[in-house]
Design a protein around this ligand. Structure first.
Ligand SMILES: [Zn+2]
Length: 227
């Protein structure tokens, strides 16, 4: 089975997170907006991250792209790619839609410039059928999401626990030889005091054999390998 992770928004704490990922041999993609007030990573830190991890675009301004006129879409989608490529001196092939929002016009533009794009659809454990409209398994947040309860993955009796959901979905992906995809924001892990739970989860999955660790862009390679 495949294990991948993605981390959004380019907070300074991505550096702390990257160390934890490296220690566990876990790969992943950091999605960085170009100019957004909540991005705190500097260009040179993005470059440093790119030595061990994939860097993906998270648009220029982190706006809801579905609300922008067409002429601005190209700027958000292509300019962000070019700017990041300039910083890291590597090709940028993955994109995360801000707020997970996407429509046909956005999809067409992303398709022209990227091989992989991520939405905000949770609860996915199969190999994605559409690499430009790809969800993930679970997000690291203590905010309760009704979908996990209604899907029967998780009851609310003992409070909402993302880490318990993650273990269940990881085992489900193992069973189906699917994909487990963990998503999060380092600032939110800090705010909700989830670092220990995250490390516990990585220790848990480290005990399993037959897990292939790849970044999000690796999913596109996996697909072309099997065609
Ligand atoms: Zn974001």
């Amino acid at each position: 089975m495949i294990f991948t992770t993605s981390w959004d928004d380019g907070n300074k704490l991505d550096l702390k997170l990257s160390k934890i990922l490296l220690e566990h041999g876990i790969k992943g993609t950091f999605y960085i907006p170009i100019s957004w007030k909540f991005r705190s990573l500097q260009d040179k830190e993005v470059k440093k991250l790119s030595k061990n991890f994939e860097i993906g675009s998270h648009s220029v301004s982190h706006s809801d792209l579905t609300k922008l006129p067409s002429r601005q879409l190209n700027h958000e989608i292509l300019k962000s790619k070019k700017e990041l490529e300039e910083i890291i001196r590597k090709e940028v092939n993955s994109f995360a839609y801000p707020f997970g929002k996407v429509n046909g016009k956005i999809l067409d533009s992303v398709k022209a410039h990227y091989l992989f794009a991520r939405t905000a659809k949770e609860l996915q454990t199969d190999f994605p059928t559409d690499l430009l409209n790809c969800g993930f398994s679970v997000s690291i947040t203590n905010r309760p999401r009704r979908m996990f309860v209604s899907s029967g993955v998780f009851g609310l009796r003992n409070g909402f626990r993302w880490d318990k959901i993650a273990r269940k979905l990881f085992l489900a992906a193992m069973k189906n030889d699917g994909v487990f995809h963990l998503q999060g924001h380092s600032w939110e892990i800090e705010k909700e005091k989830n670092w220990d739970k995250l490390i516990d989860f990585f220790d848990f999955i480290s005990k399993f054999d037959d897990v292939m660790f790849i970044d999000n862009g690796g999913l596109a390679n996996q697909q072309s390998n099997t065609l």
